[in-house]
Write a new protein. Structure first.
Length: 356
């Protein structure tokens, strides 16, 4: 039995993979792959909430209402019991797969040990840590979009310096995972279509977890959690102070609706670095990328990514008054589709209640 632990590096198709696993739970089970239920319905975020240090209060714990150390302790006991009970019913010889898009934020030795110690008794085999890595310039741009969707207010020009953090240096990022789960158990997949099995992310993931990568018969979800375009990202950034992510430590649901609407109307050019800046940006990580390619993929040529930045010029987050008005109109149409379509059912001018 192999336990596949997909630690979802941000913006590497994690939400799409999770939707696929949830939709095809029964079919996967018939093919010898179990997707647990105790760890979460789609995003197995409960594993992150379990592993984080006692005092950490991130978005996942807020969503689960784990606002104190006592609640965290009770949650851990409950999850341990539920997961052990579920594991008792897993057929011998089956593989297990979980996917948590926030597990990549685990970095402290105690956190990784806590996660390993929770999962190790559930399998007589090995735990494989699966991670997709995105070329750093693209990762930066998509992470900026995610930062805005999560309520951030910083302009991207203020965040470039953050790119030297552990998350972008992949050798540094992978080191603690290799130390706690074994270097041979780290499965690195470059997030490039040309390097996917059958040039498809879901086919690639199936091949990683021991299936043949054939998607025939599976329920395929649409691409999930796509990045905002440049104008919409800037519009939302300026709106974010009016729609805080939390109100009195509770997730602001109206903000969730705003983000959903922004994603729906975001159809313009995506954020893009100027070519010369993208090449300069990537040069910071060339040594680290080569080390990852050699150590985890056995590539003596040191190439982790095959694709290069395009030469289409820069698409930076910026917004004119006319563009802001246009986005506002699209938001109104999205939230009021009947009125926006000019339906005869809409109230006439001056008849606010529509009754005359």
């Amino acid at each position: 039995m192999t336990f596949y632990l997909h630690i979802g590096m941000p913006k590497t198709g994690t939400t799409t993979i999770q939707a696929f696993l949830e939709r095809n739970r029964d079919l996967l089970a018939s093919r010898g792959v179990i997707v647990p239920r105790a760890t979460g319905s789609q995003n197995h975020r409960k594993l992150t909430a379990y592993a984080l240090d006692d005092t950490e209060l991130d978005h996942t714990r807020r969503m689960l209402g784990l606002l104190s150390a006592d609640k965290v302790a009770q949650f851990r006991l409950k999850l341990d019991r539920k997961l052990s009970a579920e594991a008792a019913g897993w057929p011998a010889g089956n593989s297990i797969v979980v996917s948590g898009e926030n597990m990549s934020q685990l970095r402290q030795p105690a956190e990784l040990m806590r996660l390993r110690d929770l999962l190790s008794p559930l399998t007589a085999g090995q735990i494989k840590v699966v991670i997709y890595l995105r070329r750093q310039d693209l990762f930066y741009l998509s992470s900026y979009s995610q930062h805005i969707k999560a309520g951030g207010t910083r302009h991207w020009s203020e965040m470039v310096g953050d790119a030297k953090k552990r998350l972008y240096d992949y050798t540094r990022f992978l080191k603690p995972w290799a130390e706690h789960f074994g270097e041979a158990n780290i499965v690195v997949r470059p997030f490039e279509r040309s390097q996917f099995a059958k040039q498809d992310l879901l086919s690639d993931f199936l091949s990683v977890i021991g299936l043949d990568g054939e998607l025939s018969g599976f329920d395929i979800p649409e691409t999930q959690n796509q990045s905002l375009d440049a104008q919409t990202a800037e519009y939302l950034r300026l709106m974010n102070p009016q729609f805080p992510r939390y109100i009195d430590d509770v997730v602001n649901l109206s903000r969730r609706e705003l983000v959903r609407a922004m994603e729906a109307i975001s159809t313009g050019p995506k954020l893009r670095m100027a070519p010369e800046f993208a090449h300069s940006f990537l040069s910071q990580f060339s040594g680290s990328n080569a080390e990852v390619a050699r150590r985890y993929l056995g590539r003596e040529d040191g190439f982790l990514f095959r694709e290069k930045p395009d030469d289409c010029g820069e698409s930076a987050p910026q917004l004119s008054v006319d563009q802001a008005i246009s986005i506002s109109a699209k938001l109104w149409a999205f939230k009021n589709p009947v009125v926006a379509s000019g339906s005869s059912d809409a109230p006439a001018d001056g008849d606010a209640d529509g009754r005359g």
